[in-house]
Ligand binder design. Sequence first.
Ligand code: FES
Length: 303
Amino acid sequence: MDKTTRSRRAIRLTRKVPSGNLLDGLEQVTTFDRPIRSIAKAVRRKIGPGPLRDTLHGVPIGHPLHPSLATIGIGCWVAAAVLDWTRADGRAARVLLATGIGTALPTAAAGLTDWSTLHREQQRVGFVHALTNATATGLYTASLLLRMAGKERAGRFFSFAGLGAVLGGAYLGGHLAYRQAAGANHAESLSHLVPLGWHDLCALKDLPNGRPVTRRLGYIDLFVLRLGDGVTVLADRCSHLAGPLHQGRLVMEHGEPCVICPWHGSVFRISDGTVAHGPATSRQPAFQTRLRRDGTVQVRPAP
Ligand code: FES
């Protein structure tokens, strides 16, 4: 078999491999990239750095706020669908619809804040996820208004249509969270890749003073900062979306030295890797350090 035939066969074989997921293609659709860029920029500008943005990201609770809020709305709307299906209690169904609609705004605000700092492929899926959920909220609002006007039957119809949109939105949200790892901790596994005990890292004299560098330890890259004779070590891969922390800027936050991730601006305290500001909500794995007599820096995962 000559080289051309071999490469043609390889291309044919490649085309036959199924993607395994309906939404893989959506990640590559560039049609809405321009509005996506503009909206993400507007959200970042509108919800600037500060306590509100940190809260919407979920920094105080240690993981993204959006999925937690979303479960309230979805739970209310699914419960309303059960009541509608069984014709059990029209008033209770209305209360559940209104509660779901009431939670839609904070849920959307938290979701948009997270979405504005995602990778482009994630933003494409997130854009359709947001449109689907906005459609669902519109349908439920129409349903509630119809019921309040005494049109129960039409109200139920709009509710079931809303439920279809909610389920579509949930499927897209699942793809974002589990397939594309938006909102997941991208540094969680790192400290497990380092065996217990102390490990030689490098000679102290080879580290520049006051400038972060990266050093390899087994399978993982570390963020290493020397300040005089002291050395601070964190995992280098940012917990938000795996950005290279050693390329970040050093700042002081409330009197504590911190590093700003170069990709989306998460701020981590250098002393222990905790999050000072989002979008990251998970701390950076930190490492204990000690200096051997011969000037070798040793590290081990902090408990
Ligand atoms: S990768 Fe997004 S803030 Fe670090």
